[in-house]
Design a protein around this ligand. Structure first.
Ligand SMILES: CC(C)(COP(=O)(O)OP(=O)(O)OC[C@H]1O[C@@H](n2cnc3c(N)ncnc32)[C@H](O)[C@@H]1OP(=O)(O)O)[C@@H](O)C(=O)NCCC(=O)NCCS
Length: 181
């Protein structure tokens, strides 16, 4: 693929997650993350380490499934994570979580713009796909902020009904290094 995930808008940055950050995810998780990602129970440290190691291996060997840390540019602190995963059907599945203390400050919208920018470079012919529960108002607003529109829905194995929102290739939001679209 050749595209580098790491990018910044001057306020926050996204960059490949490191194995050590499995701890940060466990420490920062809250009921919303457990519920919205369908984990069933809080993530344990060993489980988080397994998942993060898989992300890192996948990123290093294939350049795929680039799960990123969202990092505050001033403090360098990890404040969430996000992902743009190329699926077998050609959609780039976009996911995100912002740790509770940093919610409601535009972090997710900024991170998703950076991910959209990365995806336009890494997967130029692939539309973006968001899968969001109907009552997840904040997440729906994040998807819509990059122009996603509802195209369908699915029921996942744990019974949750997810809306599909898509951004077509031609509509994909791009941001420059300065950060604003
Ligand atoms: C969804 C989530 C990532 C949003 O992160 P965030 O950084 O707080 O979002 P932003 O501050 O960028 O706000 C995005 C939009 O949601 C709105 N919003 C934020 N929090 C909200 C809330 N609690 N209720 C309603 N709207 C909310 C904002 O006003 C903004 O909308 P606007 O552009 O129309 O003004 C965060 O709530 C989270 O991590 N939730 C748990 C995990 C999750 O649900 N992930 C998504 C799974 S599909």
């Amino acid at each position: 693929m050749g595209a580098h995930l790491g990018r910044s808008d001057g306020v926050l940055a996204i960059r490949p997650i490191s194995v050590l950050e499995a701890v940060a995810i466990v420490d920062a998780q809250d009921a919303q993350m457990v519920r919205r990602f369908g984990w069933g129970a809080p993530l344990t440290l060993p489980a988080s380490q397994v998942v993060v190691r898989r992300w890192v291996r996948s990123w290093q060997s294939l350049g795929l499934e680039p799960n990123s840390a969202i990092v505050d540019e001033v403090t360098g602190q990890m404040i969430g994570d996000c992902e743009a995963e190329l699926r077998g059907d050609g959609f780039v599945h976009v996911l995100y979580a912002v740790f509770a203390p940093w919610r409601g400050q535009g972090v997710a919208e900024r991170a998703v713009r950076l991910l959209a920018d990365y995806s336009a470079e890494a997967f130029p012919y692939c539309p973006l796909l968001f899968r969001v529960e109907r009552d997840n108002v904040a997440s729906l607003a994040v998807a819509r902020s990059v122009g996603a529109v509802v195209t369908g829905q699915e029921v996942v194995s744990d019974g949750r009904r997810l809306l599909h929102l898509m951004v077509a290739v031609d509509d994909r939001c791009r941001v420059g290094a300065a950060g604003e679209p």
